[in-house]
Design a binder for this molecule. Structure first.
Ligand code: FNR
Length: 355
């Protein structure tokens, strides 16, 4: 694959689809039930309009920023996704290498196919990581993993995923595995050990005994839960508005709708925790819109996996390069020179639900 001929993230997905095994493709592509949330994730951004200002000197354009105080080169992060080696032999290490030129944040999944020690050991000293936790029925195994992760300085926080106490019904994944074997879908196998009994104070109390690192809650889908999360600040430092890429409960809202809900009902959340979003980001304009609406940074799940499958570390780098270039073009045409200048005045949201 000639990566330089791939001009946008959809073309990278198409190229990856052609070279991947059916099983790997199905695991990455799949979403729950009728994939309504997956579709809405991308459509939600398309229904928001930008409000470009003119006569702004836009020679300089800077994407540098900080995430929870850590310097990064892009307002983007790679969301945690299990099993990167299904798509490419370098797995999560390939993703880390692709992030390197941008000093982009990568969140390593609990179910990563490369150990966190190995992912971090090959990274540049300035690269920052998070580690995502699914609390296991076997608590001791989660405690042991946390002890290992606690020793890795470049892992700056723990991302606790809460939108998937059980797996959603992902039929593409089920179908290829019924045809191939009888061992069940990859999702079903991965979720077999996770604990569906978690609750706010018990689980967070337990977690606070096993890590000193800041904690981020991933999978917030309502303003009520965003507000509840702030009761646990500053132990909780950030929340990720996410519907798991449409892979958990179908017809859950896209993150951008939850973002708008928070603006409407409890805007104080933005002062107490950083609000991150993911799901459906396919263009630089999508990232910029989320930032305008108060997201501190924006995650990509599948786009990083498609990049990895299409070209290993270079494919991930190409994915980030395209998004970075598109973001800069968008900011220049919008009349904003730094991420900090972006605000709600740059978007028209009146046509969006929740407004
Ligand atoms: C995921 N996601 C996910 N999230 C998580 O917290 N732990 C995990 O192990 C996984 N695994 C996973 C595997 C695959 C193949 C996908 C596609 C997704 C969800 C992920 O972090 C993120 O929320 C979504 O992928 C964002 O949507 P987009 O960018 O894929 O549209």
């Amino acid at each position: 694959i000639n990566l330089s001929e791939l001009l946008n993230l959809d073309e990278i997905e198409d190229a990856a689809t052609k070279v991947m095994s059916k099983k790997a493709w199905a695991y990455y592509y799949s979403a729950s039930d009728d994939k309504i949330s997956k579709l809405l994730n991308t459509q939600a951004y398309r229904s928001i309009l930008l409000r470009p200002r003119i006569f702004v000197d836009c020679r300089a354009c800077d994407l540098d920023m900080t995430i929870l105080g850590h310097k990064v080169g892009l307002p983007l992060f790679v969301s945690p996704t299990a099993m990167a080696r299904l798509g490419h032999s370098t797995g999560e290490t390939g993703i880390a290498q692709g992030c390197r030129p941008f000093n982009a944040l990568q969140i390593i999944a609990n179910n990563s196919s490369v150990s966190p020690e190995d992912v971090v050991s090959g990274a540049a000293p300035t690269q920052v990581f998070g580690w995502q936790l699914y609390v296991q029925l076997n608590r001791k195994s989660s405690e042991d993993m946390l002890a290992r992760v606690n020793r890795l300085d470049q892992i700056k926080f723990i991302v606790l995923t809460l939108d998937a106490p059980v797996s959603g019904k992902r039929e593409d994944d089920e179908r290829v595995n019924i045809q191939a074997t009888s061992s069940g879908s990859i999702s079903a196998q991965l979720f077999a050990g996770t604990d569906p009994s978690l609750t706010w104070s018990d689980t967070l109390k337990w977690l606070s005994r096993h890590t000193q690192k800041p904690v981020i809650l991933k999978g917030i889908q309502t303003h009520e839960d965003a507000l509840l999360a702030t009761q646990y600040a500053p132990f909780i430092k950030a929340i990720v508005l996410s519907n798991h890429g449409g892979r958990s409960i179908d017809t859950a809202p896209p993150a951008v709708h939850t973002l708008l809900e928070i603006h409407k009902y409890c805007p104080s959340v933005f002062d107490q925790v950083e609000v991150w979003v993911d799901g459906g980001i396919r263009r630089g304009t999508d990232v910029i819109k989320a930032l305008c609406l108060g997201a501190k940074c924006v995650g990509i799940g599948r786009p990083a996996l498609w990049g990895l499958a299409a070209g290993g570390a270079e494919g991930v780098e190409r994915t980030l390069q395209i998004l970075s270039d598109e973001m800069k073009t968008c900011m220049r045409l919008l009349g904003a020179r730094t991420v900090g200048e972006l605000g709600p005045h740059h978007v028209r949201i009146s046509i969006c639900p929740g407004d």
